[in-house]
Write a protein that binds this ligand. Sequence first.
Ligand code: PHE
Length: 395
Amino acid sequence: MNEGEIMQRTTVHETWSSRTVFLLAAIGSAVGLGNIQRFPQMVGENGGGAFVLIYLICVFVIGVPLLMAELMIGRRGRQSAITTMRLVAVEEGHSPRWTYLGWLGVLIAFFVLTFYSVIAGWGLDYMVKSLVGQFAGLDAARSNALFNGLLADPLRLAFWHAVFIGLSVFVVARGVHKGLEAAVNILMPMLFIILLGLVGYAMVKGDFMAGVNFLFAPDFSKITGKVIMLAVGQSFFTLTLGAGAMMTYGAYLPQNVSIPRAVSIIALSDTAVALLAGLALFPIVFAFGLDPNSGSGLAFVTLPVAFGQMTGGTIVGALFFMLLVIAALTSIIATLEPLVAWGEEHRGFKRSTTAIVAGIIAWVLGTGTVFSFNIWKGFYPLGWVPVLRAKPSLA
Ligand code: PHE
């Protein structure tokens, strides 16, 4: 295919209506389970302030330039990451095979979608559990049992997983303006309000200074090569790098938006949300004498014990899990969008068709994650790969 043919085959996509809505969407894709659930737990386990410092260096030295590059390439190509990679490479006189890199990113995002939605589904289940008062009087053992009960129930997990994928498909199918923008315009302000409300609650009712100390007191003795790699990994994951998502969002970017400025805002907001999530969680954990180092059980085992004991815990708990669900939803739509954009570019598939087909495939693949907690527990098909032999952590 020569350059002329490629240019002819490009599809005109919608562009973001304003810089603000682009920022909301990009921050929405960056802020997710990685910020609300994974970051606080990693900080607690890996040296507090020392880890935060290394993480910040990774975000601003590695993440920010990469994010700028993704958005710039995206805006230059104006297509999904897959088509953009081919187009821009060919325009510059390079091989069209660069498109495989676009595919790799989009497939990574798609696999993230399959398991991410299962975990977001736990959030939906726990939101309901909190509202109906199931956390009342929980102690650590009963909270553990409650969580294990959920994991042991494949139907329930598959149901919430379906609800979550259904919501994402609905948003993406409606297009950039009526779907993505409408969703982030409602969800992102809700996310910030809930987060700030929870931090305010933690200041008043929690042991705020203990939380601050736990998050920020630096313990450099815990910093090893492995911890540095964890920080690098977390900076990629949290900024949604290498997943074709930011490149596709960049394709919808009007020319007059300054990419360096936008990226600074995205990176700062993403980091702020991660830190605020820690400041919302840990003061509560300490106020109730619970264990802050409970790893991936922090959100789903430790916190419910606190919600069950505190005044207004039903609402505070429901809001916390709602925060998790909103953060996950705005990330998940970013994983689906590149594929849907690619579908539009090829034979003009309708957005709804690609979104529904992709959603069904993602749901089916995600049942693998669902079963890994119950009927396939102990089954390690890739166990021959040394790093995959150990029990995988939950998120
Ligand atoms: N940025 C998301 C988070 O922090 C994770 C993500 C990675 C989402 C890759 C989509 C693709 O939770």
